[in-house]
Design a protein. Structure first.
Length: 333
């Protein structure tokens, strides 16, 4: 008969073995389990494993979407609102919509105010012909890119030496819209006032508004364009009458008369005489240099004095009317 203590010890060993089996420990042969063959049991185990699996994928997707929402980007709605407010601020300062050009960048909005971009701007300036009285009555209608006889029309403006050069100081600030022009009644556009108006409108609806977000994400710069020697607007064409200019314009090539074919002269087969007409020649870009006579907004032409003869060029065929670049004397610093 075994001692009671020996029986207690054996029971303890049996309990330990059972625990090792349940947690996968102990003898490897005892702890290894064969997957059950029951399909019902497979589905139940899969469901249990799925319930225990952490939802890392779903959590990551939520974080990615939230991150993309909070990234500051220029939406179409933001740009539309910004444009409306900028144009409103410019109009309140006396500017017109054609004068305003807005460039959106990653962290900056550049508002360029070009007074001469609006052909109709000029206060009380005459709406018709901007040239001398002697030229107003002598120009003929219906002519495009025409040379007039010397006795018919000669530009009688102040003659200037061909060797004379333009100094940078001769570009009148009034023609750029930077100071008031008393003769035309126009008033300068105050860039500081435009910038102040923009700031007021962006902050008007509070910090939670989309307009305020525009101000937070962008630095707003209000500026004028650099003068590129190109004449724009009524004031500039009036101010620079008599100056040397270079006009780039399109000219339609003259059509050459097509000689009759021999078959047509001999009265042969009519089908042989008929030939396909060549495509019309494309217009060519031409450069005309001379002195600016003026721009007629009623007849839609620009007049240039070329060696004593006035050339009229249709405005819609002109690419640019440009002043010559400022020259400097040799040796000047």
């Amino acid at each position: 008969m075994r001692h009671p203590s020996a029986l207690l010890f054996a029971a303890s060993l049996a309990a330990l073995g059972s625990s090792a089996f349940r947690f996968g420990g102990g003898n490897s042969r005892v702890g290894r389990r064969t997957p059950p063959s029951s399909k019902h049991h497979d589905a139940r185990d899969d469901a249990a494993a799925s319930a225990r699996r952490p939802r890392a994928t779903a959590h990551s997707a939520v974080e990615t979407r939230l991150f993309s929402y909070t990234t500051p980007v220029d939406s179409d709605e933001m740009r539309t609102l910004g444009m409306d407010l900028i144009l409103r601020a410019a109009r309140e300062a006396g500017a017109t919509e054609p004068m305003i050009d807005v460039e959106w960048k990653a962290d900056r909005i550049v508002v360029t105010v070009d007074v001469n971009a609006d052909e109709d701007y000029g206060g009380d300036a005459p709406a018709g012909v901007l040239l001398g009285e002697a030229l107003d009555d002598d120009l003929e209608e219906g002519d495009s890119l025409d040379y007039f006889e010397d006795e018919d029309l000669v530009y009688d403006g102040e003659d200037t030496d061909d060797e004379a050069f333009l100094d940078e100081d001769e570009f009148d600030p009034e023609s750029l819209g930077l100071v008031a022009d008393e003769d035309s009644g126009s008033s300068p556009i105050d860039l500081t006032l435009i910038a102040r108006n923009i700031n007021v409108l962006l902050a008007e609806d509070g910090e939670d508004s989309l307009a305020h977000k525009i101000a937070e994400l962008h630095e707003i710069c209000v500026t004028t364009p650099e003068f590129d020697n190109v004449l724009r607007g009524r004031n500039m064409f009036e101010s620079y009458r008599g100056f040397d200019v270079t006009v780039e314009h399109w000219e339609e090539p003259k059509k050459k008369k097509k000689p009759k074919s021999k078959a047509g002269k001999a009265g042969g087969d009519a089908a042989a005489a008929v030939e396909e007409e060549p495509p019309p020649p494309e217009p060519k870009l031409k450069i005309t240099e001379g002195k600016l006579v003026g721009r007629d907004y009623d007849k839609d032409v620009t007049m240039i004095n070329v060696k004593g003869r006035v050339v009229k060029i249709e405005n819609d065929k002109i690419e640019s009317v440009r002043l010559p670049k400022a020259k400097r004397e040799k040796g000047a610093s």
